[in-house]
Design a protein around this ligand. Structure first.
Ligand code: PNW
Length: 455
């Protein structure tokens, strides 16, 4: 299709922020360079069967050594904003001291961005938790360690970071990591995943407080991936399942951000472990926010699951959770990772959130598609991604027109990279990466954005 010749005037780069996004573990490589310690993703990748193609982040896009060229590429494509994350295990040591060599990498990166007039948008935690923190997010202490780390970043880099998000998608860390078991550390325990969710939000609040003691003027917020969960059928059981799925995906994070208690259903699921949530925690979580980042890819379809006879089985666990996600009914349009293309979901999810919580200004901090089209005759013709992006730009313009306060859009991702449990088998980049040679080739989607941003 590729019918878009100009951006909607509401999205003009003069008034609306355009950027591209990456995260540390997915692109940096250099997994042991300059004193970096292992993260839970390094150890997870080393376990057999965890990553689809058996790969890891040891080299990834080798961005640690190629950042200067990558920043030039971002500038050439016409972006004035870049979202990246700082690797916690790169800049603190096992005894919680500053690792100056690791910090220096981010100083060089910020110098390069500055030289090209690109504004940095940093995330403090995009899942690469230092592996030596005992118990990870199941341990309350990790939230306090996060605050120490936030303060350290604020001291060393804070004067150069105008906007900082504490966490990226805590839902993935908590539920993919501790309930569904597909992300590091691979846990499969419903109550524990809710404990992790609580400690992540506590870390967010403590991290905001710690940062502000050092740098009171930084704009601070969090990046969430709220989900639209539609019922598979209109049977009451499925409608209830979809509601439970949304409570987990949305309310478990948004409620604490606004000082509200979790819904009863989640309190029941955490059970006795709920005693780990202490009096006063909610007030810490509810630090005033300057912005919220939303990542949007698709919607989910939820269905009720009858209790299976064998405790511990996948079906039994789905029933305990109260819902199971089912693939979209054919014939829906899917991206190569199998996610439904559902642009209207962006509008619906933002409107759902607006109806329930007093949101601060919003940025779309991730949106994009897995389109695995490769290089042919020197070019990458990722038409599906172009169509996907255009359809979502239209939704953003529509949302702004209907009154939503959305200030910017970041495409995920600048370049193909380590796609977590899928390894390198799924490509989200607008720039192709040949992982043998590390050659970068802008795809048609990158050239489309370049043209739109210049016009
Ligand atoms: C987000 N899910 O991850 C992340 O922020 C990125 O690091 C990632 O590369 C991108 O989206 C594409 O996956 C998600 O299974 C991973 O629902 C998985 C899910 C959601 C978000």
């Amino acid at each position: 299709m590729n019918r878009m010749h100009a951006l909607d005037p509401l999205l003009s780069p003069a008034r609306f922020e355009w950027g591209c996004a990456t995260s540390s573990f997915q692109i940096e490589g250099a997994s042991t360079a300059d004193g970096k310690v292992p993260s839970i993703w390094d150890t997870f990748c080393a376990q057999s069967g965890r990553i689809l193609d058996g790969s890891n982040g040891d080299v990834a896009c080798d961005h640690y050594h190629r950042f200067a060229d990558d920043v030039k590429l971002i500038a050439d494509l016409g972006f004035k904003h870049y979202r990246f994350s700082i690797a916690w295990p790169r800049i603190t040591t096992v005894d919680h001291k500053a690792n100056l060599a690791g910090i220096d990498f981010y100083k060089r990166l910020l110098d390069a961005l500055d030289a090209h007039g690109i504004t940095p948008n940093a995330t403090l935690f995009h899942w690469d938790l230092p592996a030596h923190l005992e118990g990870g997010w199941l341990n309350r202490d990790t939230a306090y360690r996060f605050a120490d780390y936030a303060e350290l970043v604020a001291r060393h880099l804070g004067d150069r970071l105008p906007r900082v998000a504490t966490l990226n998608e805590p839902w993935c860390s908590a539920f993919l990591g501790h309930d569904l078991g597909v992300f590091a550390p691979g846990g499969q325990n419903r109550a524990e995943s809710l404990v992790a969710a609580h400690h992540l939000m506590l870390a967010h609040g403590l991290g905001m407080q710690a940062w502000r003691t050092v740098q009171p003027n930084t704009l601070l917020g969090i990046v969430l991936n709220p989900e639209l969960c539609d019922p598979a059928t209109d049977r009451p059981e499925d409608v209830a399942a979809a509601r439970l799925a949304e409570l987990e995906r949305n309310d478990s994070f948004l409620n604490p951000l606004f000082g509200r208690e979790w819904p009863q259903e989640l309190l029941e699921q955490i059970g006795d472990l709920g005693s780990l949530r202490r009096e006063g925690d909610l007030a810490i979580c509810a630090q005033p926010m300057d912005f919220m980042g939303l990542n949007y890819y698709t919607r989910s379809i939820a269905k009720a699951q009858d209790m299976a006879p064998s405790p511990g089985s996948a079906k039994h666990r789905d029933a305990e959770r109260g819902y199971t996600f089912v693939p979209p009914q054919k014939p829906k349009r899917l991206t190569d990772i199998g996610w439904e293309i559902y642009p209207e979901g962006l509008t619906r999810v933002v409107q759902n959130l607006q109806a329930q919580w007093p949101l601060p200004p919003l940025w779309i901090t991730e949106n994009g598609a897995a389109d695995n089209t490769g290089v042919a005759r020197g070019a990458v013709d990722d038409g599906m991604r172009c169509d996907y992006l255009e359809a979502h730009f239209e939704q953003v313009a529509h949302l702004i027109r209907s009154g939503a306060d959305i200030r910017g859009y970041y495409v995920w991702s600048l370049m193909d990279n380590f796609e977590w449990a899928h390894g390198y088998s799924q490509r989200f980049g607008i720039v192709h990466v040949d992982f043998q040679t590390q050659k970068r080739t802008p795809k048609r989607s990158a050239l489309m954005l370049q043209r739109l941003l210049r016009a």
